[in-house]
Design a binder for this molecule. Structure first.
Ligand SMILES: [Zn+2]
Length: 252
């Protein structure tokens, strides 16, 4: 008996879903997802991944919960203020699904620890808020041949894509899209620009959706860049071409 069949009532709405079914749910129940950053994006994604019964969640974040986080980081409550996000989210997610296994790393992901943290993940979610981490995750996921679901939010707008450059021709990586870190000051950070709470949740939940599809082996990955402006509700997708001279993926 697998964990899925032992808990088939819990996952019934997935098992009933044409195209996902018991087989897909079993794969989700055997899967592992790493979330780098459990702020607004990661908080939303983690709830759906835990609810869906992903066997192993790896949570990486060195921040503590602050009052200004509560407007959009829906994993946390007022009583969590001052607590490490990894600690608070582990408690909240375990209360939602006590069967899943949660590993926490209350430290910043850097070149020296990234391979070790991400090695056992089937899918990696980039829920970070800085280019340095995004480039690092891209390079490591490329080397480890892991799907990378990358999302970011600015103001009222969000964007998301899934990168699998190791699949070869036609499959771009994050660095094919953004070869270099934009000059300082060109992209304002959250505290400078402000951020609309719900758009962070929308993008985080889309990351969870992409991860579950990857684990279950269903649907089509979001290989284009999907962009949504929540003020106008206008969305567009942009094809991401593989850069033949990309320093990360061109030699794969
Ligand atoms: Zn590339």
């Amino acid at each position: 008996m697998t964990e899925c069949s032992l808990n088939s009532i819990r996952y019934l709405r997935h098992i009933d879903l044409p195209g996902l079914g018991f087989d897909g749910q079993e794969k989700i129940c055997a899967g592992s997802v790493a979330l780098v950053g459990i702020g607004g994006l990661g908080a939303a994604a983690a709830l759906y991944l835990a609810g869906a019964g992903v066997k192993h969640l790896i949570l990486i974040d060195d921040d503590k919960v602050e009052e200004s986080n509560l407007q959009r980081q829906i994993l946390y409550t007022e009583s969590d203020i001052g607590t490490l996000k990894t600690t608070a989210s582990q408690q909240r997610l375990s209360a939602l699904n006590s069967i899943i296994h949660i590993t926490t790393h209350a430290t910043r992901i850097v070149e020296e620890n990234a391979h070790g943290f991400l090695q056992s993940a089937d899918v990696v979610l980039d829920c970070s808020d800085n280019f340095q981490t995004r480039f690092l995750l891209n390079d490591v996921c490329c080397a480890l041949k892991k799907p990378l679901v990358s999302a970011s939010v600015q103001g009222f707008a969000g964007q998301i894509a899934t990168f699998k450059p190791y699949l070869g021709a036609g499959h771009a990586c994050y660095r094919c899209l953004f070869p270099e870190t934009p000059p300082k000051g060109m992209v304002p950070s959250c505290p400078e620009a402000g951020v609309f709470g719900p758009i962070v949740g929308v993008m985080g939940v889309m990351q969870a959706s992409e991860a579950l599809k990857e684990l279950a082996g269903i649907g089509a990955g979001l290989t284009s860049l999907y962009m949504l402006d929540s003020r106008s509700m206008q969305s567009k997708t942009m094809q991401v071409d593989k850069n033949p001279t990309c320093q990360t993926c061109s030699k794969l």
